[in-house]
Design a protein around this ligand. Structure first.
Ligand code: SOE
Length: 388
């Protein structure tokens, strides 16, 4: 399907991710040359007062209170969905059937079956489909990918990933939607391991088999009266936590590498520690999102007296996307990865261009690994990812 100019966006959701996505649409034209400029047409949410406030604050021209009205508007080309995960499928499928391009927050769906259906419908309707695996698009992560693709790290032996946060270590933290299976599908696993699995696939390739373990440390929490970002206000009533607080797993990759993954919201001291370490026959790479401008690199080819991890500040114009921002050393932040991803989606929408962003196929492949891990926990045995 050809792309109309400019690209007119309709968005569902206006909380944490809604803010991040709105910010990206607002800023992108200031720093990136777009063949198709972006118009923030309408934002949608059920609470009229709040969505109206969000529209004004974030710079959307209009607001809607029913997503069904949003997706049938003929002045909108792309629907961006960043609601709680349980609402993704219905909205995305309806939007794709209405001929809209679709951009969805991760995890794509609550189940592998749902994710597959979303991919099928998007393909049948010939629309562009993308998943918000934003961390691929940090300059330091792009550098890691470049070094691996250039063969500088050699054959990969080990992939270690962790995504560690600590916002649930307080047992009084309220029962947010992210702690309820019906809304979130799973806990730390779908929320955080989803990013780790996508980064691993992006950087070193597909998974062969997995085996995992998971635990919920606090089984009941106060029901919230309100929630913004990861901050919530508790009431005196308690409800059941129905998802994992932590899930870790071992993996084997199709290329022969071995992997270790861990996601937790109980990792005291870590705020948003999305890390990976890659050890290969020629070198090694280490990344930590809490220091997102940096990439640690070790190259065995260095002279013996210079051997050691060097810290590269990925802010040179030679580093992908960095040159669009500030002079070298003027660092960027969490929000920029969303802009870079949206830039790739828009660029790839040009006639005849190649896809350079994660699409629903990647969303399905991620869900397949997540579900294989869940199955391995139930059966207490390794699960071959492609058997699902
Ligand atoms: C909350 O755990 C969260 O905001 C995730 O939902 C995001 O995907 C991750 O990027 C940061 O943490």
């Amino acid at each position: 399907m050809g792309l109309k100019k400019p690209l007119r966006i309709g968005m569902v959701g206006y909380k944490f991710m809604g803010t991040a996505h709105s910010h990206a649409y607002k800023d992108i034209g200031m720093f990136f040359d777009l063949e198709h400029s972006v118009q923030m047409k309408a934002i949608c949410g059920r609470d009229e007062k709040s969505v109206k406030e969000a529209a004004e604050k974030f710079g959307w021209s209009e607001y809607e209170t029913d997503w069904r009205s949003l997706i049938i508007r003929d002045d909108i080309d792309l629907i961006d969905v960043n609601t709680p995960s349980n609402a993704h499928k219905e909205i995305i499928i309806a939007a794709a059937k209405a001929g809209k391009h679709v951009f969805c927050e991760k995890p794509l769906a609550l189940t592998l079956e749902d994710a597959r259906e979303m991919l099928e419908v998007a393909e049948e309707n010939g629309v562009v489909h993308a998943v918000c695996f934003n961390y691929r698009y940090l300059p330091a992560v792009q550098l890691a990918k470049q070094l691996i693709d250039e063969g500088r790290i050699g054959d990969i032996h080990h992939y270690r990933a962790s995504y560690l946060q600590d916002w649930l270590v307080d047992p009084k933290f309220p029962l947010a939607w992210r702690l309820q299976k019906e809304y979130a599908g799973s806990g730390a696993h779908g929320d955080l391991n989803a990013h780790c699995v996508d980064l691993a696939r992006y950087l070193i390739g597909d998974f062969e088999k997995v085996v995992g373990q998971q635990k919920t440390f606090v089984n009941q929490r106060p029901i919230p009266t309100s929630m913004t970002g990861l901050t919530a206000v508790a009431s005196d009533d308690y409800g059941d936590v129905t998802v994992d607080d932590t899930t870790s797993f071992l993996a084997q990759f199709k290329n022969g590498a071995l992997g270790i993954f861990e996601a937790s919201r109980f990792a005291t001291g870590w705020k948003n520690g999305n890390t990976f370490e890659i050890y290969g026959s020629k070198g090694a790479i280490r990344f930590n999102l809490e220091r997102l401008n940096e990439l640690e690199v070790f190259l065995r080819e260095d002279e013996p007296h210079l051997q050691g991890f060097r810290t590269i500040l990925a802010t040179e114009s030679a580093h992908k996307y960095a040159g669009n921002w500030w002079p070298p050393g003027h660092t960027i932040g969490y929000e920029h990865a969303f802009i870079h991803l949206i830039y790739e989606i828009i660029q790839s929408m040009r006639e005849g261009s190649t896809r350079t962003y994660p699409d629903f196929y990647d969303g399905v492949k991620c869900q397949q690994v997540l579900e294989a891990v869940e199955q391995s926990i139930l059966t207490q045995a390794w699960v071959n990812v492609d058997s699902l």
